[in-house]
Write a protein that binds this ligand. Sequence first.
Ligand code: LLP
Length: 447
Amino acid sequence: MTLLEIFPSLRGAMTPRMDPALWPISTRHDQRGRVCIGDVALEDIADQYGTPTYVVDESDVRHRCRTYREIFPDSEIVYAGKALMIRAMAKWVSEEGLGVDVCSAGELSIALAGGVDPSRIILHGNAKTVAELRAAARAGVGRIVIDSPSEAALLASVCTGPQKVLIRVTPGIDIHGHKAVSTGIVDQKFGLPAFSEELERTVAVVNRAANLQLIGLHCHLGSQITDPEYFRTAVATMIAQMNDIRRAHNLILTELDLGGGHGIAYRPGDSQLDLTRLACVIEESLDDACIRNRFPRPEIVLEPGRAIAARAGVTLYRVQNIKTVSGGRTFVSVDGGMSDNPRVSLYGSTYDVELVNRHSNAPVREVTVAGRHCESGDEIAVGTKLPADLHVGDLLGIPCTGAYHHSMASTYNSVCRPPVIAVLGGIARPLIRRESIDDLLAREVGM
Ligand code: LLP
């Protein structure tokens, strides 16, 4: 008999601790060494719902929301729904006192279906259609963020009642992140450059429209920002811009929306944005800029998406195939890949991987976890360490997959999209069912 068989409780002490910076807040090991989230063994979820599957820890989402509200008690926190937009998320975040930002009619409908108070919804987008503007105005969304002078005119023509608006401004800040998600610089499609003639023209159009009320400005610097100092520069520029608008239009804007982009860790040791430091930076820079410009302090709005949703999510894959290419790497191929996680190929993102259905004392070896799709670049984790006794049928968990995974999933290779399963207090419940081949065929209406 082994020591573990005599004292099964020792198992917890001997299993490695999952990195709390990456794994959901409720992650534990059970007596058998299996990883559990929300007191449900991930293996049981895989057995019941199949793989690949996205698991979402409700308590983690609520914990992130509460942390924001504690650290930023005087700011309005608005969850950026694009990270993970499903009714349950909308419900959880609004129960925790957050608003929701949406950027399409689809996201708007899901937020409303999740019970979000329309006045706490912000509509974004650089190419909103007339139908989307109309739907948002009719629903009574709190704010619509205007992206151009022509959109301001269009919105004025579709609103039947008064509508509060913000204007999106690019403060000219380069966060030196991935080009695809650097939105604070001037030469990209979102917003209007600070102190520009086009911005001035947009303010004038809004001011002339009797039904539009300009209450503030918005900026979003980009994603995965880990240095809070970028926000200091943003606050300084935005308050100076608000001061310019006061001078030119005799209008005092009362709201400054600083967008999201709060960086998180994806791998052990990655840096993440320290929210307490961010709060200090915003506070100091706001004091500073408001005194310098003699401008009344506006309300601050923050729009975190990833920092609310990412760490709540774990993707489960079943190992389908293990092979070592002579003179090359060992590939562990799993039953999902770039269709459920396009972030590796799009942004070169890296991920941590863990064996979650059992505890192994075997030495680790370096492998590449590869997806199932028909591209050699479909690799989920390169040079990751997994136990040498890993075998076909084992279950792998990839943390930090709660944001921009379900929302960016595709049916590439006609692979059906995974379900989303929520866990809380020992109960797993499906939020989104697995897509079926019948679903795929049902959209085929001609031949
Ligand atoms: N507010 C606005 C106006 C945004 O455009 C975004 C993200 C956010 C807030 C939230 O940013 P977050 O806190 O989640 O970084 N697909 C990419 C991310 C694109 C984000 C686009 N906008 C990824 O998977 O990394």
